[in-house]
Design a protein around this ligand. Structure first.
Ligand SMILES: *Cc1c(COP(=O)(O)O)cnc(C)c1O
Length: 564
C-alpha cells in the first residue's frame, strides 16, 4: 500500500536500471544489480527510501547465440501488472513543446519480516500519449540520443514530479549514475528566486539549497562513458523548460554532460571504490569525490547451502555480515559440502543449458559479466597452446556467460571469438558458454565455480561486484588489480592477483594470468592438501564477504551522505 510509505520523509534513489528480481528485466548489468542490492539492504535495515526507475516493459533483451557464435537479440517483455500495482497519479513532463503523460507502478520490495521498500516504475504507455511517446519507457538503453534524452527527462524530471504527486516527502535525492541528473533542473526551478530579487549576473536559483539535498554516485572511469547530449538536441527537446545558456553553466559549454550536471549540483559525490574515486578526481579536477566501495546483498547472493551453514554457525550474519569474519570457525568438511552442493547445481545447469558435461572433481574457472572490450573476456584465451599445455598437466574447466550491448560491435565480436575458442578447445578443455546471463544465472555461477576470474583493462573497472558475490560463497577471485580487487586482494589469502597494480602494467597480463594459474592456483587445488584450498575459501569469506557487502555500504551512505 502506497500510504504505508508516506508518513516519513524518504531518500529518493534514482536509477535508470534496477535489478529487483530475475523475472523483471529492468536491468542490464552491474549498475542495476547494485541498485537492487541497495534497496534490498535498505529494506533489511528499514531505512526510509523510495526508488525511482523506468518500467522498461520490453526489458533489456533476451540473448540467444546462433551456430556461428553470433548474439541474437530478442525483446524480453514483462507484464508489470503481475508484479506491481498501478499508481493512480499521473503527471506530465515537457518534450519538444508538448507534454508527455507519465504514470507508474508501485513495486514493493520485500526483505526480512517487516522490511519493505517502495519502488516507483515510471511508464509512458498511456492512452493520453501518441504512439511514439508511449514507447519512451519501453526499451532499457535502446534507441538513439533523442530517445535516451526523453527517457532521462521522464526519469529525472518525471520522477521528481511523480514523487510529489504521490505525496512523498523527499529528504535527499540520490542519483545512481548520471542518467537521472535532469532531476536537478526540476529542483532548481522549484528553488528559483523571484525575478526582482536576482541581481544582474547572478544565478536566479538557490543553488546551495539544491546541492544540499543531492547526492551523486559516479560509476564510469572514462570520459567517453559519460552520457552527453548536444545542445541543439537539448534546445529542440527541452527548450522552454530550462534556459540553455543557464544550463551550460551547470552542465558544460560544448555538450550537456550529465556527469558534470550531477557533480555541480550535488554536495556529496562518491566513486564506487577507492581507485575509482582517485580516477574520477583526475577526470574532474576541482570536485571532491569520495569513495564508498560497493558491496553486494548477503541473502541475494549466497547459495542455499552456505545460508544454512552461516545460519548454523554465525547466527545474525545476514543483518550483520561483519560476523562472517569468524567463518574460519566453520568446520572444513561442512564448508566443502556446501560448496559441493553449489557446484553440483552449476554442473547440472551447464548440462541442461549448454549440453556440456563438467566434472565435479576438476576445478571450474568462471567468467561472466557484460561482454565488452575493456573487460577482456578473451584474455584467458590469448594463447590456446599454452592453455592446453597447462590443462594437460593440471586439468581445469571453464564456464562463461555475458551479453553484449546491441550496439557494442566489439563486444559482439568477442562473443563470436569466445565461441570459436570453445570449439578449438573441444576435446582438450571443457568450456561452456551459457546464454542469456541474468541475476538467476549469476547466482548459480558465482556459487558453483571454484575460482572467479576477472581480467579488466586498468583502470576501467570502476568497482566490479561479481567477485564479491563469489566471496559470499567461499569462491576466491583470480583477478587483475583494478576496482574493488585492489582493496579485496590479499595474495594467497583471499585469492590471487593477475599482474601489477599499476595502470601502466597492462601489457603482460596474459602471461601473468597463465603463470599464476600454472604455478599457484591450479597446483593448490589439484596437488596440495584440500585444507589449504579451503583456507583460501575461508579467507574470501572472512576478509571479503564480511566487508564487501551492501549493509556496510548503506550504513556508510547513511552516515556520510544522507545525514550530514
Ligand atoms: C553482478 C552482476 C553483474 C556485474 O558483474 P561485474 O563483475 O561487476 O561486471 C552483471 N550482470 C549480472 C547479471 C550480475 O548479477
Amino acid at each position: 500500500m502506497l500510504e504505508d510509505f508516506l508518513p516519513q520523509p524518504r531518500i529518493a534513489y534514482f536509477s535508470m536500471e534496477i535489478g529487483l528480481q530475475a523475472e523483471i528485466p529492468t536491468y542490464s548489468g552491474g549498475l542495476g544489480v547494485l541498485a537492487g542490492d541497495t534497496l534490498r539492504t535498505a529494506a533489511d535495515l528499514e531505512l526510509p527510501m523510495v526508488a525511482v526507475s523506468l518500467v522498461s516493459r520490453r526489458g533489456y533483451f533476451r540473448q540467444t547465440i546462433d551456430a556461428q557464435g553470433r548474439q541474437v537479440e530478442q525483446p524480453d517483455p514483462w507484464e508489470p501488472a503481475r508484479f506491481a500495482t498501478p499508481l493512480e497519479a499521473k503527471i506530465t513532463v515537457p518534450c519538444e513543446g508538448r507534454r508527455i503523460w507519465v504514470g507508474g507502478w508501485l513495486y514493493e520490495l520485500q526483505a526480512h519480516p517487516g522490511g519493505r521498500q517502495p519502488v516507483v516504475l515510471l511508464d509512458t504507455d498511456l492512452d493520453e500519449n501518441g504512439a511514439a511517446d508511449r514507447e519512451i519507457t519501453h526499451h532499457l538503453y535502446g534507441g538513439d540520443d533523442a530517445y535516451r534524452l526523453k527517457q532521462e527527462i521522464v526519469l529525472g524530471i518525471g520522477g521528481v514530479r511523480m514523487l510529489q504527486a504521490l505525496g512523498f516527502e523527499v529528504s535527499h535525492y540520490h542519483m545512481n549514475e548520471g542518467h537521472s541528473a535532469l532531476l536537478t533542473l526540476e529542483l532548481l526551478r522549484r528553488n528559483a528566486y523571484a525575478p526582482e530579487d536576482v541581481r544582474p549576473g547572478e544565478q536566479p536559483y538557490d543553488v546551495p539549497r539544491v546541492r544540499e539535498v543531492c547526492n551523486f554516485t559516479t560509476h564510469t572511469p572514462v570520459e567517453a562513458g559519460h552520457d552527453k547530449f548536444s545542445y541543439d538536441l537539448v534546445a529542440r527537446v527541452l527548450g522552454g523548460y530550462f534556459d540553455v545558456a543557464a544550463l551550460k553553466t551547470f552542465a558544460g559549454e560544448d555538450q550537456l554532460n550529465m556527469t558534470r550536471l550531477a557533480l555541480n549540483l550535488s554536495d556529496y559525490v562518491n566513486g564506487v571504490a577507492r581507485r575509482h574515486a582517485e580516477t574520477s578526481r583526475r577526470l574532474f579536477p576541482g570536485y571532491r569525490v569520495r569513495a564508498i566501495t560497493n558491496g553486494v546483498h548477503p541473502m541475494a547472493w549466497t547459495s542455499p547451502g552456505f545460508v544454512r551453514l552461516y545460519d548454523q554457525h554465525l547466527a545474525g550474519w545476514c543483518h550483520e555480515p561483519e560476523l562472517l569474519a569468524r567463518a574460519d570457525r566453520v568446520p572444513d568438511d561442512a564448508l566443502w559440502a556446501a560448496h559441493a552442493e553449489a557446484k553440483g547445481e552449476l554442473i547440472a545447469s551447464v548440462k541442461e543449458r549448454a549440453g556440456v558435461a563438467l566434472r565435479p572433481d576438476v576445478p571450474i574457472l568462471g567468467f561472466a559479466r557484460r561482454m565488452t572490450g575493456y573487460k577482456r573476456p578473451d584474455l584467458l584465451f590469448s594463447d590456446l597452446q599454452r592453455l592446453k599445455a597447462i590443462a594437460a598437466r593440471l586439468p581445469f574447466q571453464v564456464v562463461l556467460a555475458g551479453k553484449a550491448h546491441p550496439r557494442d560491435e566489439g563486444g559482439k565480436r568477442l562473443i563470436e571469438a569466445l565461441h570459436a575458442h570453445v570449439r578449438e578447445l573441444h576435446g582438450s578443455i571443457a568450456v561452456a558458454y551459457l546464454q542469456n546471463y541474468d541475476m538467476a544465472l549469476a547466482r548459480t555461477l558465482v556459487a558453483g565455480v571454484d575460482v572467479w576470474l576477472n581480467t579488466p583493462l586498468r583502470p576501467l573497472e570502476a568497482s566490479g561486484t561479481s567477485g564479491m558475490k563469489a566471496a559470499f560463497n567461499g569462491v576466491p577471485s583470480l583477478s587483475v588489480l583494478d576496482g574493488w580487487w585492489i582493496e579485496g586482494c590479499i595474495e594467497g589469502v583471499t585469492g590471487w592477483a593477475v599482474g601489477e597494480a599499476e595502470v601502466s602494467g597492462n601489457g603482460d597480463d596474459a602471461a601473468a594470468l597463465y603463470r599464476k594459474l600454472e604455478d599457484v592456483v591450479l597446483p593448490l587445488y589439484c596437488r596440495a592438501p584440500r585444507r589449504e584450498w579451503i583456507a583460501v575459501m575461508k579467507g574470501a569469506i572472512c576478509k571479503n564477504a564480511s566487508f564487501f557487502n551492501s549493509h556496510r555500504m548503506m550504513r556508510r551512505y547513511v552516515t556520510e551522505a544522507y545525514i550530514r
